[in-house]
Design a protein around this ligand. Structure first.
Ligand SMILES: CC(C)(COP(=O)(O)OP(=O)(O)OC[C@H]1O[C@@H](n2cnc3c(N)ncnc32)[C@H](O)[C@@H]1O)[C@@H](O)C(=O)NCCC(=O)NCCS
Ligand SMILES: Nc1ncnc2c1ncn2[C@@H]1O[C@H](COP(=O)(O)OP(=O)(O)OP(=O)(O)O)[C@@H](O)[C@H]1O
Length: 201
């Protein structure tokens, strides 16, 4: 089983590229999506007490689910709060990812394990991957797509980007780069070639 880390920056197109990759590799690929898994944790209520202790009662709703808007406004403006939130979430994510990877290894029908890790280069967690693929766009395109998709204000966009390493530094460290500045059809073609090369050649 080959393992692939896919990373990049916010709104560079990781999820879109991975969706294509998973369709091309079905049913032999498995995916671990860190954002989705973090979302599940935040919604589960498991972190309720820790969140209240760290950020006050406004950080959760009546059912104990994290208030993502509250947390986003807090952590992207305050690096110390961000580190605390990351400290609650990242170890659990990493542990769960390795467990799912191990389970996938036991399944002879699975030939690839894809890990969507937005903060791969920002953190020290290691995944025993065979390769790292960076999905990248220019900063201008990143900001434009983020504004279009999320409707975030300019200052929130700048705050999130400031919390991430510059995309060109990630490109420099990548084993493979998918440059997603063009139209979706070009992303499809690049992903197709990458899929063939990485999983089949
Ligand atoms: C701040 C939170 C509540 C905002 O939730 P929201 O649903 O709006 O965003 P979502 O989780 O889908 O993340 C979207 C993108 O934001 C960026 N992002 C998220 N957390 C961080 C962070 N700690 N530092 C830098 N960028 C981040 C990533 O590019 C990510 O792909 C959430 O992102 C969170 O809990 N972050 C801390 C956990 C974390 O580090 N997650 C990143 C994946 S490991
Ligand atoms: N080639 C493209 N042309 C135009 N829009 C695109 C292209 N690729 C992706 N998008 C759009 O850009 C936005 C960001 O893409 P996507 O959600 O795949 O990024 P992401 O890196 O997974 O983001 P996040 O880190 O926030 O999860 C989405 O609205 C998506 O539809």
């Amino acid at each position: 089983m080959k393992t692939l880390v896919v990373t990049g920056g916010i709104a560079t197109g990781k999820s879109t590229a991975i969706r294509l990759l998973m369709e091309m590799g079905a049913p032999h690929l498995r995916l671990f999506d860190c954002d989705a898994e973090a979302g599940r944790l935040l919604d589960s209520g498991l972190l309720k007490d820790a969140l209240i202790r760290a950020f006050g009662p406004g950080s959760v709703d009546g059912a104990g689910r994290a208030d993502r808007h509250f947390l986003r406004e807090l952590v992207f403006r305050n690096p110390e709060s961000r580190k605390i939130l990351e400290g609650l979430i990242h170890p659990l994510l990493h542990q769960e990812c390795l467990a799912q990877m191990q389970a996938a290894r036991q399944n002879a029908a699975v030939n690839g394990f894809v890990i969507d890790v937005p903060l791969f280069f920002e953190t020290s967690a290691r995944y025993h991957q065979d390769a790292v693929c960076v999905v990248a766009v220019s900063r201008e395109t990143q900001k434009a797509r983020l504004a279009l998709r999320n409707g975030f204000r300019e200052d929130m966009i700048e705050a999130i980007l400031a919390a991430q390493h510059p995309i060109m530094g990630k490109v420099a460290k990548a084993d493979f780069v998918i440059w997603n500045e063009g139209p979706p059809s070009l992303l499809q073609q690049q992903t197709q070639r990458f899929h063939q090369h990485f999983f089949h050649d």
